[in-house]
Design a protein around this ligand. Structure first.
Ligand code: SF4
Ligand code: SF4
Length: 365
């Protein structure tokens, strides 16, 4: 397993980190011993960063980790989070997390899910969540303060410039890298740790492996291996959070952390082009369409629309709400002026897509 410095914290993190959102229940309950064994297996194989939240796996993820942490084979770091805007509720989340996991402190505490610059300003307001976490840090309950986000690369770069966080957890993968690459580089340049969530695009890459075979280099055995190689080849990335629900998944993921290899620049360019040639229906997140006069966030709508092509319609609504806190009825405002379509690098039929979204939104009501 390779390890990298998490920003300026002095801590070294395994490049394959454990995402605690994929524990599998047996029937309608979790077998805590079985799930804890998965965590311990990862620790034994060198994974030392374990990420969870108060709500993953029906609020059982932290409980499972608590069980595992009683007897871990190797030293480890814990990351959890809260999205509470009310500082008292955030403090309550922190105390619950500590209790559930049997810990004296959280190594990395993430302000969860900053969705926009307005959301960031709300976190930083006087008497707000950020101040509350700093208080907990002074008390020794939290070691390092980070944030998790689905903001654009430009927005992440702006937040990084303020220098208030020690790390960022962001969604980044081979299907959306143009949308957030700037943020990855800016956060690293600002001395922050950079943890990646959704490294396999929410499971789309392994599930639709036949569509993405071309991302493989000649020496990559699987699409998953190629996607992780792509991420870990970035020197700016500290680690990738891989959801692991079984010992088999742990063994598979850990292999990628043993053999970090360069990702050839020519292959990267080929993928960028092929994303549009083979998958000419996919938005790449390049943001050339910015500036809609009706105020529609076209790139975000089209990125969310990708999921309807690759998975199912309902995922559009999930992604808009959970990643960005955006209402789905933005699409209703399109005046069909055509400005975005003229600028779109992939020549997507944006207006039609917005019409579809608008129709689906009405059908759901
Ligand atoms: S066509 Fe619609 S989405 Fe595109 S710029 Fe015009 S109003 Fe905005
Ligand atoms: S220009 Fe086209 S491909 Fe690029 S973000 Fe906008 S909709 Fe997506």
């Amino acid at each position: 397993m390779q390890y990298r410095e998490y920003g300026r914290t002095g801590k070294k993190i395994s490049v394959i980190a454990f995402g605690g959102m994929r524990f599998q229940p047996d029937g309608d309950k979790f077998d805590f011993d079985k799930c804890a064994a998965v965590v311990r297996k990862a620790s034994g194989l060198g994974v030392n960063y374990f990420d969870t939240s108060p709500y993953y796996c029906g609020s059982q993820s932290e409980v499972i980790f608590g069980q595992a942490f009683k007897d871990m084979p190797k030293p480890f770091y814990v990351s959890t989070k809260s999205y509470e805007s009310d500082p008292l509720k955030l403090r309550a989340d922190l105390e619950t997390s500590l209790k559930r996991m049997g810990l004296q402190k959280i190594n990395f505490y993430n302000i969860w899910g900053i969705k926009s610059m307005e959301g960031y300003r709300n976190v930083m307001r006087k008497g707000g969540p950020y101040e509350e976490i700093l208080k907990a840090k002074k008390e020794g309950l939290v070691e390092h303060v980070a944030f998790s986000t689905h903001c654009s690369g430009e927005e992440i770069a702006q937040i990084a410039k303020d220098g208030v966080f020690e790390g960022v957890t962001l969604g980044y993968n081979i299907l959306n890298f143009p949308f957030r690459e700037k943020g990855v580089r800016a956060a690293h340049a600002a001395g922050m740790g950079v943890m990646i969530m959704n490294p396999l695009s929410g499971g789309i890459l392994p599930k639709k492996a036949e569509l993405f075979d071309y991302i493989k280099n000649p020496d990559d055995k699987t699409v998953t291996e190629a996607a992780l190689r792509f991420l870990l080849a970035h020197k700016e990335i500290t680690g990738a959070l891989c959801g692991m629900g079984s010992v088999e998944e742990v063994v598979e993921n850990v292999k990628a952390g043993d053999i970090v290899k360069d990702f050839p620049e020519s292959k990267r360019a080929e993928i960028k082009a092929r994303l549009s040639l083979d998958m000419d229906k996919l938005c790449t997140g390049c943001q050339y369409c910015d500036g809609c006069p009706a105020g529609i966030e076209v790139a975000r709508n089209m990125l969310a629309y990708n999921y309807t092509i690759l998975e199912r319609r309902e995922r559009y609504f999930d992604v808009m709400r959970m990643h960005w806190g955006l209402p789905a009825d933005q699409a209703d405002k399109c005046t069909e002026c055509g400005q975005c379509e003229k600028k779109c690098t992939q020549q997507l039929d944006i207006i039609n897509r917005l019409k579809n979204i608008s129709k689906w939104g009405k059908e759901r009501k």
